[in-house]
Write a protein that binds this ligand. Structure first.
Ligand code: DC
Length: 230
């Protein structure tokens, strides 16, 4: 299996660094990277812009009706070396990272019809393997047969601090308390929703990165990856 491409599925709690880790792995292996959280965020942005969310009330029927009007795709930006999210032809990479989106995305991603549509798209993206995909249900629902599954976790306070530092660069109006609250709420909604709740796949390997560096994390991955492809 040494030369065969595999699927690397990365799931875990919010702000555990899944995307950065997945990106780093994809680069190392020359695999495609797909950030499925960005897809749920793009749906949320659409709903906000079309007034389908008002005062935290979702117009679920209208959201479902509009699903076919949302075209989500990724385009690799050769200048930044990053893959960017597009919604109906518009680059929404910055817009989808705002706190307002984070505040509504868990509710949007709990709608079963939203999940069905995005999971189908994700399965299509990974049909030729050679892909690193991160999210909440990749190892359990999207690719239950993925050759390598990682489940990421870290202490909530540490996650909140990491997210806070990251957001400060883009959005000065955030407080640490607001971020911590949002992380705890999202943990709760993501693990308690009826459809595809966040849970570790039985065959996933746990990575708790509360107290390890990015370099140590990558060394850990290389060992695991080599044992899987042998
Ligand atoms: O990874 P993220 O924080 O950008 O994800 C945003 C939200 O999307 C997260 O709160 C849960 C949801 N999500 C999901 O339900 N399933 C996925 N595969 C990815 C994300």
């Amino acid at each position: 299996m040494k030369n065969e491409k595999i699927i690397v599925a990365i799931d875990g709690f919010s702000s555990t660094g899944k995307s950065s880790f997945a990106k780093q792995i994809a680069q190392k292996l020359s695999y495609i990277y797909v950030d499925t959280g960005a897809m749920y965020r793009a749906v949320t942005l659409y709903c906000i812009e079309k007034n389908l969310i008002k005062d935290c009330e979702l117009n679920v029927d209208k959201i479902i009706e509009n699903l076919t009007n949302m075209k989500i795709n990724f385009i690799f930006n050769t200048n930044t070396g990053k893959s960017e999210t597009f919604l109906n032809g518009e680059n929404v990479e910055d817009k989808i990272r705002k706190v307002e989106i984070s505040n509504h995305v868990s509710a949007i991603s709990a709608i079963p019809e939203v999940r069905t549509q995005l999971v189908a798209l994700q399965q299509e993206m990974g049909k030729n393997k050679g892909i690193v995909m991160d999210g909440r249900d990749i190892g359990t629902v999207v690719f239950p047969n993925a050759e390598l599954k990682i489940f990421m976790t870290a202490e909530p306070k540490i996650r909140a601090m990491r997210r806070y530092n990251e957001l400060l660069e883009k959005d000065n109006n955030v407080t640490f308390e607001e971020i911590e609250k949002n992380i705890c709420e999202r943990d709760y909604i993501d693990t308690h929703r009826d459809t595809s709740p966040l849970k570790k796949a039985d065959d996933a390997i746990i990575l708790d990165n509360s107290h390890i560096s990015i370099e140590e994390q990558m060394q850990w991955f290389e060992k695991i990856f080599n044992s899987v492809i042998e």
